[in-house]
Design a protein around this ligand. Structure first.
Ligand SMILES: Nc1ncnc2c1ncn2[C@@H]1O[C@H](COP(=O)(O)OP(=O)(O)O)[C@@H](O)[C@H]1O
Ligand SMILES: O=C(O)C1=C[C@@H](OP(=O)(O)O)[C@@H](O)[C@H](O)C1
Length: 211
């Protein structure tokens, strides 16, 4: 949430001459509803089913960079799909993510609980609330993010996590490519993992879109 998965993923795909797919955007186009509506009307569990279903479809393809939602790590079945590729964690401080999502668009981030009413609040208050929500999510999820194949730090050179200053997107892509190269010299198998097949575990059936 605000780590830059979409922004970095898009530039990484361009550098590699791969396709770029944002799984949240795919969910919105397949189910014809904004993510916030899916959460509001159908609930988080329905969203997670749709997310698993889309990740399973995407796992059939090669030569692509997939930017997932930040909660894709929550279901173990999703790891089977994501691990048909190399899983990257963009690792940063909650302060950095909170600053970005407040500057960006809180209204389409339903897990930032007070996001829908946030537009009326002053930026300092929005930041404090987003920071509390993101810190809580990160604390719970950190052990899952740590399962990624490659971790890329987002802090700008010379600043600590407490300052929360982010490196520019191009610098993050550069770090990612270097980390990937290093990781692949340690473990060639990462790119020779079994191709997607019919043997995949079933993704939960997504609920049908209304209307
Ligand atoms: N390295 C970066 N430096 C500055 N702004 C960034 C960087 N990465 C992302 N952003 C901005 O932060 C916001 C959230 O980025 P986004 O790619 O949507 O994150 P995510 O997909 O992880 O939720 C966007 O406005 C994006 O332009
Ligand atoms: O962290 C999460 O559980 C979620 C993150 C969102 O994606 P971003 O990480 O791109 O904001 C989106 O998938 C949904 O709101 C749930």
């Amino acid at each position: 949430m605000g780590s830059g998965k979409s922004a970095v993923g898009r530039q990484l795909a361009a550098a590699l001459q791969y396709d770029f797919v944002d799984s949240d955007a795919k969910i919105e186009s397949v189910y014809q509803k904004p993510i916030r509506e899916i959460f509001k009307r159908d609930g988080e569990a329905a969203f997670r089913d749709q997310e698993s279903y889309i990740l399973k479809q995407l796992a059939q393809f090669r030569n692509q960079v997939v930017s997932t939602g930040g909660g894709a790590i929550l279901r173990s079945v999703n790891w089977e799909f994501m691990r048909t590729g190399v899983v990257v964690w963009l690792e940063g401080a909650p302060e950095l993510f909170a600053r970005r999502v407040v500057a960006d668009d809180l209204s389409n981030r339903p897990l930032l609980s007070r996001g829908s009413a946030a537009k009326q609040k002053d930026p300092e208050e929005q930041y404090r609330e987003a920071l509390a929500d993101i810190s809580r999510l990160l604390d719970r999820r950190r052990p899952l993010y740590e399962m990624a194949d490659v971790a890329v730090p987002l802090e700008a050179a010379g600043t600590g996590p407490e300052k929360g200053l982010g490196a520019p997107i191009a610098e993050v892509v550069h770090r990612l490519l270097l980390a990937l190269e290093l990781r692949l010299t340690q473990d060639q198998n990462l790119i020779f993992r079994e191709p997607a097949s019919e043997d995949f575990p079933e993704a939960p059936a997504p609920i049908a879109a209304e209307e």
